[in-house]
Design a protein around this ligand. Structure first.
Ligand SMILES: N[C@@H](CCC(=O)N[C@@H](CS)C(=O)NCC(=O)O)C(=O)O
Length: 227
């Protein structure tokens, strides 16, 4: 049975891989999980995707999905019990624009705030301030129910939250001191959920030629009332 499952190359702490795993779990799509060590990528991953970033999903047909958002959409188009996708095309465009902003603007500053030593002439706090501007706009986008679009969690929340988590974890004390109650509550609601917990299990690094563990248990619909 296991060789009929898609294979997911993943890395536990990668926010792109996290969002792919969130969508796979909520959609009830089991996979064979191959936990990758980024400094020693297995040949199978390199063969599947020359880009060699994680996540990569290899379908039983041999089709390779090498972008995290595409993996999310693939899973949700097959089964979307929590209604993370919208059928409203105007809203879908807004969702995409917000996710693009996260990947381009926010991620740019997040990387330089979190890893200033990797970039020449970078002041981490300047980038924290620039990232905070984007975050405050994100906070303003939250609905009265506490989600980015409408009354419940959606693709946008799940595609963006892993990056905000990374930002918050860079200096949790400072993050907690900001006057961003709605944003802090949103992040905490997501990362303390059973769903998020289910994607953060630790797996040993996959060894080439072996069969990885099955990922993952379906934890049920993630609703606005989940705390
Ligand atoms: N656009 C890709 C980005 C994925 C990505 O950059 N993943 C990082 C890990 S968080 C990676 O694999 N980097 C390659 C490396 O570190 O060698 C996606 O959405 O899947």
């Amino acid at each position: 049975m296991q060789d009929t499952l898609p294979v997911l190359y993943s890395f536990r702490r990668c926010p792109y891989a996290m969002r792919a795993r969130l969508a796979l779990v909520i959609s009830g799509q089991a996979c064979e999980l191959r936990e990758v060590v980024l400094k020693a990528k297995p040949a199978e991953l390199l063969n599947a995707s020359a880009k060699a970033s994680v996540p990569v999903l290899v379908l039983p047909s041999g089709k390779v999905i090498a972008q995290s958002l595409d993996i999310m959409r693939w899973a949700l188009q097959r089964n979307d019990p929590a209604h993370w996708l919208t059928s409203n095309s105007a809203q879908a465009a807004q969702v995409q624009a917000l996710i693009d902003g996260c990947e381009k603007t926010f991620k740019h500053h997040l990387d330089r705030y979190k890893y200033p030593g990797r970039y020449a002439g970078v002041n981490a706090l300047d980038h924290r301030a620039a990232a905070a501007v984007w975050l405050m706009q994100l906070g303003q986008q939250l609905t009265p129910e506490g989600w980015l679009f409408g009354p419940a969690a959606s693709l946008a929340d799940m595609a963006i939250a892993p990056f905000v988590r990374q930002f918050a974890q860079t200096d949790p004390l400072w993050f907690g001191q900001q006057d961003w109650p709605a944003l802090q509550a949103w992040l905490s609601r997501i990362v303390s959920s059973a769903l998020f917990d289910s994607i953060m299990h630790k797996y040993p690094a996959w060894e080439s030629g072996t069969i990885g563990p099955i990922f993952s248990e379906f934890v049920g619909v993630f609703s606005a009332t989940t705390t």
